[in-house]
Design a protein around this ligand. Structure first.
Ligand code: KG4
Ligand code: ZN
Length: 344
């Protein structure tokens, strides 16, 4: 049995976890910082980086204590090395380097997106490559053909906002605070998803990509008009996002033959309306649907430790000179798309 210590600090969650290569989570701890960022309606990078420095060491101590282990019992240290807010990314990566050096253990620099991409395999031992992954988080909205560890082909990405970013912006317009996804999902339960006419950008389009900026502007106009109940706007917005995700995913399912499953991961995958719609789509296409439990969808260190376990098994470890990266696409060869900027 191999034990991996995973560390995560690329956005506004500090996290540590101990995971085995036979899929047991020995201990894990996540501390969010939403309260620290709440007054600003989004993550303030400098506040996040300082908070990670304060929080992470205690979490590492806690998971070792909870598992009744010492660093000597750990076989490798896996830390997120990007992409993300660079000040934050450096905290877990430098902590990981220090621990790996001190204990004489291998270091694995994990791409945060690979953490999300492989997390469904931590929860489901039967999920085999290749699968289609809808990766929907605060910074990304992509469809990926996952062929193996470190082997991804990007099929589609967003040309403007990420899906989670759209939830966060819509929530801010509705005065719901940050993070917006859970707040909108909650409010939407009492609303009518057909009440507010909202656009479905790029739905039916011949190009494969996603777009959410126009939807956000439409929410802004609906809020300003004052003709609709808050919960109806929330429910209609959530429905519009789901419709866009389903249309784009369906387009790729029609084009892709070689698939063991349709998989969803990333923070937005915690949304039950979106999970339900994807489940129905997978059934329609006769392909199994896999979604990790909601706690494994939002940022955590168990997924980083697991990606570390998969990389270690494939013989992929890193030197202590490995850099922290603000931008780090999973598919380095993917074509640039119009407007995508750093999110591609
Ligand atoms: O994966 P994640 O925790 O962090 C990033 O890597 O970005 O994703 C965070 C994003 C936020 O935009 C948050 O609003 C969204 O995921 N999110 C949700 C839900 N829970 C989190 N969006 C919709 N419904 C949810 N239940
Ligand atoms: Zn994430």
């Amino acid at each position: 049995m191999t034990v991996i210590l995973g560390l995560e600090s690329s956005c506004d969650d500090s996290a540590a976890a101990l995971v085995t290569d036979d899929r047991r989570i020995l201990a894990q701890a996540v501390v969010g910082q939403s309260q620290a960022h709440q007054p600003y309606g989004g993550v303030v990078p400098e506040i996040a980086a300082r908070a990670h420095v304060e929080i992470l060491p205690g979490l590492i101590r806690k998971v070792l204590d909870d598992a009744k282990m010492s660093l000597a019992d750990v076989d490798a240290v896996a830390a997120t090395a990007g992409p993300g807010l660079i000040g934050g990314v450096m905290v877990a990566l430098l902590a990981g380097k220090g621990l790996a050096l001190a204990a004489g253990k291998p270091l694995i620099a994990v791409n945060h997106l690979e953490g999300h991409a492989l997390s469904p395999r931590l929860a489901d031992p039967d999920l085999a490559f290749p699968y289609m992954l809808l990766l929907v988080s605060g910074g990304h909205c992509q469809l990926l053909h996952v062929r193996g560890v470190g082997n991804y082909r990007r099929l589609a990405t967003t040309i403007d906002d990420a899906a989670g970013e759209a939830f966060d912006k819509a929530a801010k317009l509705l005065g719901l605070g940050y993070p917006g996804g859970p707040a909108i999902e909650q409010l939407a339960t009492t609303g009518d998803p057909t009440a507010v006419p909202l656009p479905r950008p790029l739905v039916g389009s011949g190009e494969p990509h996603f777009s959410f900026a126009g939807l956000k502007s439409a929410v802004q106009r609906a809020v300003a008009a004052g003709d609709h109940k808050q919960q109806d706007i929330a429910a209609s917005f959530q429905q519009a996002v789901a419709d866009c995700l389903i249309d784009r995913t369906a387009r790729q399912l029609n084009l892709c033959q070689d698939l063991n499953a349709l998989v969803v991961a990333g923070g937005v995958a915690a949304n039950s309306a979106i999970r339900g719609a994807l489940q129905a789509l997978a059934e329609e296409h006769g392909v199994p649907f896999v979604a990790p439990p909601a706690w494994l969808c939002t940022d955590n260190a168990a997924m980083i430790a697991w990606a570390g376990a998969e990389r270690l098994a494939a013989g992929l470890t890193d030197g202590l000179n490995v850099p922290a990266r603000a931008r780090w696409p999973l598919d380095e060869g993917a074509e640039k798309v119009r407007g995508a900027g750093v999110k591609a």
